[in-house]
Design a protein around this ligand. Structure first.
Ligand code: SF4
Ligand code: SF4
Length: 381
């Protein structure tokens, strides 16, 4: 067999942003930290890197290339600084170009393209969650655009996070507004599924919308939007300052603009979302917010911060089927129970969704609540 097709595949991956794959020396340390081998999956990070280097076929299945949640845990262990998540993204981009993205992800990509959200909801209902509330609209005069991610805009459970954020920002006297129906998805899921072209179009549209509206600073509800806007949109010319809400809220607490008063006397274990933790290195702000709420007893998972186990919902996995025993969120709920937690707190809508489903699946939903840090804080104001 000719070597050319092999070279072409690995070169294509490198050209699409996965060029660090050549640094891989096949030590296998990444596979040792990746959560998949612990749940009896055939997926091995080292093997995927080998397949990428050699251009070997057979990596494009749900169980291999699309198993990766892009949690970045493997990168912590890599002695050669291989940008494994970028290699995965590049491999998926190559598959997307050939039209072979897994069928379960195609409607999600189509919905983002046609409606500006992954939930197959109408674009003109994006701000429906604000009905009956006084939520300011961004008109260029406010300091912050509050970017409510698609999940918190459309999904019923998650809308409470957006409402909690409005309550917090108002209580602190922050000048803010939402854009609402004119807004589109940040595009993070599109990029992780490999649709680079649509992602680029979306980024350019969002950046233009912000310029037209006079947006200078954004505070996001989701760590995925935060990473996308702060680390990826600059490639497309964005100069907007971006914060995840936990960073802004921590500042507001320090400045004495927020004074949590109501007791929340519960044992709360904090789950680090991968995109706020490893991808952004924001570990302490959410914990400081929880500690500022009277009555909270903060617990920790054995593996926390840099080594925290992912919920399993990133990299498009939120929309893919996973066997119950293979759901990382199920293991996180069991571990929370073993620690005696009454609440699992986190600050990412994907994590909330995954953990809530696993709490139900494990019959732990009456024993352990899954709450966003913003919800806990808003209730204490
Ligand atoms: S990013 Fe996470 S799921 Fe993907 S290979 Fe690395 S550790 Fe495994
Ligand atoms: S840890 Fe890094 S160098 Fe070692 S196999 Fe994994 S990607 Fe390659």
């Amino acid at each position: 067999m000719s070597l050319m097709p092999f070279l072409e595949v690995s070169q294509a991956i490198a050209l699409m942003g996965g060029d660090s794959l050549y640094q891989c020396m096949q030590c296998g340390l990444c596979s040792g930290l990746c959560p998949w081998p612990d749940v009896e999956s055939p997926f091995r990070t080292r093997k995927l890197m080998r397949m990428a280097q050699m251009g070997l076929e057979g990596f494009e299945s749900d169980e291999i290339l699309y198993a990766c949640t892009t949690c970045k845990l493997c990168v912590v262990n890599c002695p050669r600084q291989v940008k494994i998540v970028d290699v995965v993204r590049a491999m998926r981009a190559m598959i997307a170009e050939s039209g072979a993205t897994p069928p379960s992800l195609r409607p999600i990509m189509g919905s983002i393209h046609s409606q500006g959200n992954p939930w197959s909801e109408p674009a003109d209902k994006r701000e429906a969650w604000t009905e009956g509330q006084d939520v300011p609209r961004f008109d260029g005069s406010q300091e912050y655009l509050l970017f409510v991610c698609c999940t918190s805009a459309y999904e019923k459970r998650s809308q409470n996070i957006a409402k909690a954020m409005v309550k917090i920002l108002k209580a602190a006297g922050v000048s803010f507004g939402i854009i609402g129906n004119e807004e589109r998805c940040c595009g993070e899921a599109l990029r992780k599924m490999g649709d680079e072209e649509q992602f680029g179009n979306l980024a350019e549209k969002n950046i233009k919308l912000w310029a037209d509206k006079g947006v200078k600073k954004i505070v996001t509800t989701s760590p995925h939007s935060y990473v996308t806007f702060s680390q990826e949109y600059p490639e497309f010319g964005s100069e907007v300052e971006v914060l995840h809400y936990t960073q802004l809220v921590k500042q507001l607490l320090d400045e004495g603009k927020l004074k949590p008063a109501n007791q929340f006397a519960k044992k709360v274990i904090y789950h680090d979302p991968c995109y706020l933790g490893r991808h952004s290195e924001v570990y302490e702000e959410p914990r400081e917010i929880l500690k500022a709420v009277p009555g909270v007893e903060l617990l920790e998972y054995d593996r926390n911060r840099k080594k925290a186990l992912c919920c399993g919902g990133g990299g498009g996995r939120l929309w893919m089927e996973t066997e119950p025993e293979q759901r990382f969120s199920t293991h996180k709920m069991r571990q929370a129970d073993e620690k005696g937690a009454e609440v699992v707190a986190t600050c990412c809508p994907y994590c909330i969704s995954m953990l809530t489903d696993s709490a139900k699946g494990e019959n732990l939903d009456e024993k352990i609540q899954v709450l966003d840090v913003a919800e806990i804080l808003a209730d204490s104001l």
